[in-house]
Design a protein around this ligand. Structure first.
Ligand code: NAD
Ligand code: UFG
Length: 336
């Protein structure tokens, strides 16, 4: 079964490709490499023994997509491609809306022309904004987003929801990821942010490997278990298997399907620092700093719907997330 993976050279897409190959599927990757390295393809091959077909190109290039759909018998599409840095999205809103919203519309139009109507979209817990209660269920309010990145995810969700209303033969699955972390257990693949990492785990990993001096902990005065921010960290391999479960569970069913992909457990910043120190066998230096503007206190997923309807549940612990991140980072101190 040929599945088109947009953004398949990126962090989550590459791990999902490995999981798909191991499940007997055939991913075809398109990526413009704006945030990924070509070396990823070799790593996928080292792990699985299979080098997937990779075509460098942009999802906003409709002629490129048309020729791709004409040349291959694509069964469904998993759409990871997008820009994802919250701070950058505030500075460059037009670029974010063009890439994330316009890019998704061009892709959906090309799919429709080719008669391919099964789409899984990478959405985010960011669409819930500052949640009124935790755990967050799929029917919690969405749309009160706080930055252009989050708004772009919400807009694409809305466009695809309207598309399914208008054309009920589509199958669209919106997967709302919580906080993806970790790496492939081989240590061959992981997250490779360019420049200063925005996210907690890659920052901790770079402190541990000596690339950065210390972690800035953004606030210890939240009303959480230890005052630091609490998130639902999910191992990227669990997230990858969630995509296979979605393709198999609802990927053939017409209509709109929405799932949280998280663990249902919240961990604080200091708990993540502690878990990482244990994994790498040394303390991770940190300093308590002011809150980061726009951050929420806590957020974790209700996982019941995915368990019930997809038979999928995350299984990997925070200790495994830290150990796998450390294996990747220590084997590849400068990334790919
Ligand atoms: P990533 O940046 O590692 O991967 C995205 C990939 O898309 C990159 O390889 C990039 O080169 C490619 N790309 C971007 N724009 C493109 C375009 N116009 N045409 C072709 N390729 C393009 O990010 P990731 O962490 O793997 O995230 C994948 C998806 O999941 C994104 O849509 C992101 O918004 C979403 N998501 C990520 C997180 C997270 O914390 N990592 C959380 C929630 C949702
Ligand atoms: N944090 C620090 N120091 C850092 C980085 C982060 O203390 O250097 C703290 C944050 O304040 C927060 C927690 O670590 O309490 C997690 O922060 P991340 O930046 O790793 O993740 P966020 O929850 O802020 O955001 C992430 C993605 C968004 C996505 C959101 C929900 O970056 O794109 O999860 O899925 F929308």
């Amino acid at each position: 079964m040929e599945v088109l993976i947009t953004g398949g050279m990126g962090y989550i897409g590459s791990h999902t490709c490995v999981e798909m190959i191991e499940a007997g599927m055939t991913p075809i990757i398109i990526d413009n490499l704006c945030n990924a390295k070509a070396e990823v393809l070799n790593r996928i091959e080292q792990i699985t023994g299979v080098k997937p077909l990779f075509l460098q190109g942009d999802i906003r290039d409709e002629a490129f997509l048309d020729s791709l759909f004409a040349a291959h018998d694509i069964h469904s599409v998993i759409h990871f491609a997008g820009l994802k840095a919250v701070g950058e999205s505030v500075a460059k809103p037009l670029e974010y809306y063009d890439n994330n919203v316009n890019g998704s519309l061009v892709l959906a139009r090309a799919m429709r022309k080719a008669g391919v109507k099964r789409l899984v979209f990478s959405s985010s817990a960011t669409v819930y904004g500052d949640p009124q209660q935790v755990p967050i269920t799929e029917s919690s309010p969405v749309g009160e987003t706080t930055n252009p990145y989050g708004t772009s995810k919400f807009m694409v969700e809305q466009c695809l929801t309207d598309l399914v209303h208008a054309e009920p033969d589509w199958s669209v699955t919106l997967l709302r990821y919580f906080n993806p972390v970790g790496a492939h257990p081989s240590g061959l693949m992981g997250e490779d942010p360019q420049g200063i990492p925005n996210n907690l785990m890659p920052f901790i990993a770079q402190v541990a490997v000596g690339r950065r001096e210390k972690l800035a902990v953004f606030g210890d005065d939240y009303s959480t278990k230890d005052g630091t921010g609490v998130r639902d960290y999910i191992h990227v391999m669990d997230l990858a298997s969630g995509h296979i479960a979605a393709l198999k569970g609802v990927g053939e069913k017409a209509g709109l399907h929405v799932f949280n992909l998280g663990t249902g457990q919240g961990s604080s910043v200091l708990e993540m620092v502690q878990a990482f120190s244990q994994a790498c066998g040394k303390p991770v230096a940190y300093e308590i700093c002011p809150r980061r503007p726009g951050d929420i206190a806590e957020c974790w997923a209700s996982t019941e719907k995915a368990e019930r309807e997809l038979g999928w549940k995350a299984t990997r612990s925070v200790a495994e997330m830290a150990a796998d991140t450390w294996r990747w980072q220590s084997n590849n101190p400068q990334g790919y």
